[in-house]
Design a protein around this ligand. Structure first.
Ligand code: ATP
Length: 425
């Protein structure tokens, strides 16, 4: 696509925000010319050119006033007053006070859960709070339980990582050794018993991490959730709050959810209703699915940057004997057919062996850290992800696409709903 970029300068007064969206299959470049500004809590460097990819939705906020220049293909940009940034920064200040108190009393820092329906800015608020904390030299644990649009790893997983530095403007968090668990689906309702089990397991691991590191313990946790808030979704929020023993719940943009949580949470949990930013962009199912595909693609190719082709998937041929494929969850049985003492939900957390065949082609698989099937495979984290891109039934081999050219670190591969076709986009 030929890009005829036009340049536009914007002068922002203090407490204003420049919001812009990059068109599909286009890019935009942003430069701070004067003053100070930040994007979701990360400060911009004057004179540096930032590149934003296709479909990015960005807000440049300034506390003191600034001038920025954007080069666009088309202009979808406007300056907004009346952002909720002052409210958000007050939340940050209150969390920081809790951290200081925890530091003095050698106790645990705030455990914050961010909840709300889809597209209210939950992930953005998490990013803001994590960035502000990192700018004060905190090391908060970011727990991302949003299996559909998560940021720690690819969709279909839940993950956690320590955030010690503000996220990069263009590339997001630079996460060092994240802890990732396989879930397999992009909605927590697809296998709720498994989701619940993984949340409890993640909480155990986060507790172990914070017990070991005083800095993480004092800095606390920021927990992002998906937009599933009704029925069993609400039950899942209570389960998350209980498992992580959260003491602050930030509810974005929904009074009903706020009053339900206020009613149901124990007294020591501070439930706070926050306004949604008018800039948050709603995404339809199609855009959500595109975002998921983009995340998987980025997993293999790295973030798209001009001319950077240092990351790409490596195809390796492996014998059927060297891989053990499983999916989690057997088909539901009627109550009358269940073995004695077994509950219906137990089937949902069963490992079901799979034979290599066309039905698994192009599916993403998680590479489990479990050494054998006797280990509690579901409770083991994953090394990463691969795709089965081909099978040869005559040679009994499969082609595995992996981000690393090395041999697979484990033979136990867990099926995900997500698929990936390695075609040029
Ligand atoms: P989901 O429930 O799907 O995970 P969410 O509630 O976490 O959604 P976000 O992902 O934080 O919502 O925000 C949705 C989109 O809106 C993102 O692309 C984000 O970059 C954009 N966005 C958030 N705040 C602003 C803003 N103030 N101005 C412009 N865009 C924004």
């Amino acid at each position: 696509m030929s890009e005829e970029k036009k340049e536009e300068e914007y002068r922002l007064e203090k407490d204003q925000e420049l919001r812009f969206e990059v068109e599909a299959r286009a890019t935009a470049t942003l430069e701070l010319l004067d003053g100070m500004a930040e994007i979701f809590g990360t400060e911009l460097t004057k004179g540096k050119k930032y590149l934003f990819e296709s479909c990015s939705k960005v807000a440049v906020y300034t506390w003191h006033g600034c001038v920025v220049k954007i080069s666009f293909v088309t202009e979808v940009a406007y300056i907004a007053d009346g952002t909720p940034m002052t409210v958000y920064v007050n939340v940050h200040a209150a969390l920081e006070q809790m951290r200081q108190k925890a530091d003095e009393e050698r106790s645990r820092g705030p455990r914050v859960m961010v909840v709300g329906p889809t597209d209210v800015g939950k992930s953005t608020l998490c990013r803001l709070l994590l960035n502000y904390a990192a700018r004060l030299d905190r090391a908060s644990v970011y727990v991302d339980l949003d299996v559909g649009q998560g940021e720690v790893s690819i969709p279909g997983t839940i993950g956690a990582a320590v955030v010690e530095r503000p996220a990069e403007i263009e590339e997001g968090y630079s996460l060092n050794a994240p802890l990732v668990f396989h879930y397999g689906h992009t909605s927590p309702s697809s296998n709720y018993p498994l989701f619940k089990m993984l949340v409890s397991r993640m909480a155990e691991c986060v507790n172990k991490k914070t017990e070991k590191s005083k800095k993480c313990n004092v800095s606390g946790c920021i927990i992002n959730t998906g937009g599933w808030i009704k029925g069993a979704g609400y039950d899942s929020l209570k389960h998350i709050a209980g498992s992580f023993e959260v003491d602050v719940i930030l509810v974005l943009g929904q009074e009903r959810l706020y009053s339900e949580l206020k009613r149901d949470m124990p007294d020591f949990v501070n439930v706070i209703l926050l306004p949604k930013s008018g800039g948050v962009v709603e995404r339809n199912q199609h855009q959500r699915s595109d975002f998921r595909d983009q995340r998987v693609r980025e997993y293999f190719y790295g973030p798209k940057k001009n001319g950077d082709d240092s990351f790409f998937p490596h195809p390796t041929e492996v014998s059927y004997n060297d891989i053990k494929l499983y999916k989690i969850g057997a088909p539901a049985l009627p109550d009358s057919m269940l073995p004695l003492g077994m509950k219906k939900e137990d089937n949902k957390t069963k490992l079901v062996p799979l034979q290599p065949g066309t039905n698994i082609l192009h599916h993403v698989f998680s590479v489990s850290t479990a050494k054998s099937i006797e280990d509690a495979v579901l409770e083991c984290n994953v090394y990463g992800h691969v795709v089965i891109s081909g099978i040869d039934p005559d040679k009994l081999t499969a082609t595995v696409l992996s981000p690393s050219p090395e041999k697979l670190p484990s033979s136990i591969l867990l099926l995900m709903d997500m698929q990936f076709m390695d075609i040029d986009m």
